[in-house]
Design a protein around this ligand. Structure first.
Ligand code: HEC
Ligand code: HEC
Length: 219
């Protein structure tokens, strides 16, 4: 089987073209102060205990920066702050990530705020405790492992860790990505790399894989 080396090569090529946010790694101490506003939903140090809300502790710095920038763009677009000619909403309609709950918290963040917050959360230890035994991986998990690592901890800096993440949150994201190409203009999340991965999964597959990853140790 030569499929995996070939796939790995293809993926490294994809990531070469993937937007990486160069620059500093942020000021985690300043980020900790900014993060006080986020505690109510994401927990004291990024370890959320609310069903459906993501843990942020020990998540990848570059991944967090990318998500926060995308959600900020959506929040600003929604309220008309981004001043676009009326006929050119194409970019906003194909927004990459959008969630109204987050709008108020990302709307006014500067690039530096985002980097500092990402620096803070990426360095906090993840303490998520699984509420059940580790499950057997669904067979198609072999595909996910190529990018997300053997046990949901990715080695690539642009790929999020998904081990120990909240199950309901994972399920919602996978459903959002599966629905990304439908309902044009109202997507919650677009990420072409992932859209191809989830397109052929059934809702049951998505439930199974989400539960599977949620129970793996997050570090
Ligand atoms: C009122 C609750 C709430 C508050 C407060 C809040 N968030 Fe969120 N956050 C959410 C929800 C819900 C999601 C999931 C969004 C989705 O489904 O796309 C989320 C998603 C995120 C994500 C994406 C996580 C991932 O794994 O992709 C990041 C990063 C994030 N929030 C950072 C922050 C930061 C930084 C703050 C404070 C400045 C903050 N949030 C405040 C509710 C909140
Ligand atoms: C080719 C590489 C690749 C493969 C294969 C892959 N992923 Fe991903 N995955 C990514 C990247 C990159 C992201 C971040 C997308 C973004 O920036 O929004 C991601 C995001 C995710 C997220 C969202 C995490 C969060 O915190 O919101 C989940 C859940 C996920 N992947 C699950 C899976 C599952 C399940 C599979 C297998 C069916 C899989 N992935 C296969 C690269 C991959």
């Amino acid at each position: 089987m030569h499929a995996r080396p070939a796939l790995a090569l293809l993926i490294s090529l994809i990531f070469t073209c993937y937007p990486a946010y160069a620059g500093h790694h942020g000021d985690a101490q300043r980020g900790a102060v900014l993060a006080e506003k986020c505690e109510g939903c994401h927990g004291g140090n990024g370890n959320s205990r609310i069903d459906g809300f993501p843990n942020l502790a020990n998540q990848k710095y570059f991944y967090l920066v990318k998500q926060l920038r995308e959600m900020r763009t959506s929040a600003q677009g929604r309220t008309g702050v981004i001043d676009k000619p009326e006929h050119d909403y194409s970019e906003l309609l194909r927004q990459r990530r959008s969630n109204e709950i987050m709008d108020a918290f990302v709307f006014n963040l500067t690039d530096k705020d985002i980097e500092d917050l990402a620096a803070y959360y990426s360095r906090e230890p993840c303490n998520a405790k699984s509420d059940g035994a580790v499950l057997t991986a669904p067979q198609f998990d072999i595909r996910c492992q190529v990018c997300h690592g053997e046990r949901g901890i990715a080695s690539n800096r642009n790929v999020p860790n998904i081990a120990g993440q909240d199950a309901a949150y994972l399920e919602q994201q996978l459903l959002n990505l599966k629905g990304a190409s439908e309902n044009d203009g109202a997507q919650k999340r677009r990420a072409s790399i992932m859209e191809g991965q989830v397109r052929h999964l059934s809702e049951q597959d998505i439930r199974d894989i989400s539960l599977y990853y949620s129970r793996l140790p997050c570090r």
